[in-house]
Design a protein around this ligand. Structure first.
Ligand code: NI
Ligand code: MN
Length: 227
């Protein structure tokens, strides 16, 4: 699998020859100004919730790429009103088998309102089961006990993508516990440094993870890594 970071909580994963894009927020992210949004490939776009910093560029990218957008039912309905017809609605606890693997929508503790003020439904995370390995994207969330269900229901994770910026989501200390709950020692951090409220000390964060026998991967914006 290949992971490419586009800044904030936006990233791409290449698996089984498909391009999966998550929570697109690029044009309005000053830190991501060197990313060429027109060049981003997407066969699928996953939306964790309706907040602006997760959906800002979805309509543009979905219309250009004709990607299938996967989101909860309320966001699916909103996408239809924006002219994005190629979408797949899900809800919590449900799984669907796509051509690259299986996806389960799981709980997140956060809030969700779309940029135009419409109700965004409940925020979510996603667990992916693929032949190249399983992974979890938590979305914006607090630490919560339901994370313990993930290894019980979806098996071993190859890596977990967790928010670490604090204030709006988990911070470092809770993300380390979350990694324990999902039984995964390899964590990719997202949702940090974009705004004043979520600035972190990256070196200190990596040391704290290492002290708990875990790896925290923080990539540069635009960087691609093999996992
Ligand atoms: Ni949010
Ligand atoms: Mn957010």
């Amino acid at each position: 699998m290949k992971y490419t970071y586009y800044g904030h909580a936006c990233f791409g994963i290449e698996v089984a020859g498909k391009h999966l894009l998550f929570d697109p927020f690029i044009r309005e992210n000053e830190l991501a100004k060197d990313i060429q949004i027109e060049d981003i490939q997407a066969d699928y776009i996953f939306l964790s919730h309706g907040h602006f910093d997760h959906v800002a560029d979805v309509v543009e990218i979905a219309k250009r790429t004709q990607a299938t957008v996967v989101a909860n039912f309320e966001i699916y309905t909103w996408l239809g009103k924006q002219g994005v017809d190629n979408a797949h609605p899900m809800n919590h606890g449900g799984s669907w088998r796509f051509d690259f693997g299986k996806v389960k929508m799981v709980n997140a503790i956060h809030s969700s309102e779309l940029p135009d003020g419409s109700y965004g439904g409940n925020p979510a995370g996603f667990v992916f089961t693929t032949e190249e390995g399983n992974f979890y994207y938590a979305g914006d969330t607090a630490l919560h006990m339901d994370m313990k269900l993930i290894p019980m229901t979806s098996g071993n994770l190859h890596f977990a993508i967790l928010p670490i910026g604090d204030n709006f989501t988990m911070g470092i200390a809770d993300a380390i516990i979350a990694a324990d709950f999902v039984k995964c020692d390899r964590v990719i951090g997202v949702h940090y440094d974009t705004f004043g409220f979520i600035k972190i000390d990256q070196d200190k964060a990596k040391v704290l993870f290492a002290q708990h026998g875990k790896e925290l991967i923080l990539t540069d914006i635009g960087q691609t890594i093999e996992l």
